[in-house]
Design a protein around this ligand. Structure first.
Ligand code: F6P
Length: 362
């Protein structure tokens, strides 16, 4: 009987997921004659009342998906099999059911495409004897070991184009335009898009800001004859001495992560109040995660997918593929989730931005 491998996409969707699914599927089938199955909606697909929601993936079924955004398998970022919401409140550990389903389906390895949440689940399942190979995905670019995750470049393109567009209105109306971008607790999107879009102020979670420093840099620009300014704010940016801002007051639980947001509007209001500037806030939100992957993300997703398939075929255990310089390498999944990969406040990128006059509000 042919070897059987499953593919799962977990966590928030992101451009390039389908490129990975396609590369894993085609490589396993063409190079190794291994049967491939797609698990629907992340690990939730193995926990349905009516049995596992798993379907065969074939060269035919993945044809044409390379430029498609999202994931043909569906995904979920609401919880973990180790802490599923229980009717009536609380959570329940359903990991044993995942293991049973995989045994019933005779799946030898799961290729788990996801961010830090999915890799943490993968590490826990590995401890219980499930074999997984990880593929790092997230627009936030906050996973260790890999230089970059796929999805980040596509999100940057959207954020940079938005900043380019905001420049026109800022110039025409002599305004301070604030744009809030995603990234969770990491400032990679804000920093890169801010530099690429020629922002004047960039606020990131790793560098708590002082609104007085932000206002003073904007007033200085105005006094030197600059009629407009662009402020890029990461959704996780924090004012010195305060905490991050959330869209809801739900206490963080094992199953529902609180949603960051609101800091862009706050910064816009605070700037207007402090110096009388005409400010407008734009929140980019999920447009950064949607749409067709950039060529870079298509290529990276394809390289990751092929490398993951080769690891599966040679019987590797608990490895995650990663980009290191120009090469695709692999590492222990555990090494990628030790801590989030964050922007270094003294790093070369921040220093370069400062050389160009960018204020970080510090
Ligand atoms: O991790 C990706 C991400 O887009 C973060 O940048 C953002 O904070 C979060 O997901 C939003 O999640 P949701 O889709 O649940 O609103």
């Amino acid at each position: 009987m042919a070897r059987r491998v499953a593919v799962s996409t977990g966590g928030g969707d992101c451009p390039g997921l389908n490129a990975v699914i396609r590369a894993v599927t085609v490589t396993l089938i063409r190079d190794y004659g291994i049967d491939v199955f797609g698990i629907e909606t992340g690990f939730d697909g193995l926990l349905g009342r009516g049995g596992a929601r798993v379907r065969p993936l074939t060269e035919e079924s993945v044809r044409g998906i390379l430029p498609e955004g999202g994931t043909i398998l569906g995904t979920s970022n609401r919880g973990s099999p180790f802490a599923m919401p229980r009717e009536g409140g609380g959570t329940v550990d359903r990991s044993a059911e995942i293991i049973d389903r995989l045994h019933e389906l005779e799946i030898e390895t799961v290729v788990s495409i996801g961010g830090d949440g999915s890799m943490k689940i993968a590490a826990q399942l590995l401890d219980l004897g499930v074999n997984l190979i990880g593929v790092p995905k997230t627009i936030d670019n906050d996973l260790l070991v890999t230089d970059v995750t796929f999805g980040f470049d596509s999100a940057l393109q959207v954020a940079t184009e938005a900043i380019d567009r905001l420049h026109s209105t800022a110039d025409s109306h002599h305004r301070v335009m604030i744009v809030e971008v995603m990234g969770r607790d990491a400032g990679w999107i804000a920093l890169h898009a801010g530099i690429a879009g020629g922002a004047d102020v960039i606020l990131i979670p790793e560098m708590p800001y002082d609104i007085r420093a932000v206002v003073s840099s904007l007033v200085k620009r105005a006094r030197s004859g600059k009629k407009s300014s662009i402020v890029v704010v990461a959704e996780g940016a924090v004012e010195a001495g305060k905490g991050a801002m959330y869209l809801d007051d739900r206490a963080s639980t094992h199953t529902i992560a609180r949603r960051l947001g609101g800091v862009g509007t706050k910064v816009a209001e605070d700037i207007a109040e402090a110096c009388g500037a005409d400010t407008r806030a734009t929140v980019l939100g999920h447009v950064q995660r949607g749409g067709s992957p950039s060529p870079f993300d298509r290529v990276l997703g394809t390289r990751f997918g092929c490398a993951a398939a080769h690891l599966v075929a040679k019987g590797a255990h608990g490895r995650m593929v990663a980009l290191r310089g120009a090469d695709i390498i692999d590492c222990a999944i555990a090494d990628a989730i030790r801590e989030p990969k964050l922007v270094s406040p003294n790093g070369e990128l921040v220093t370069a931005a400062r050389s160009l006059g960018v204020s970080f509000g510090d």
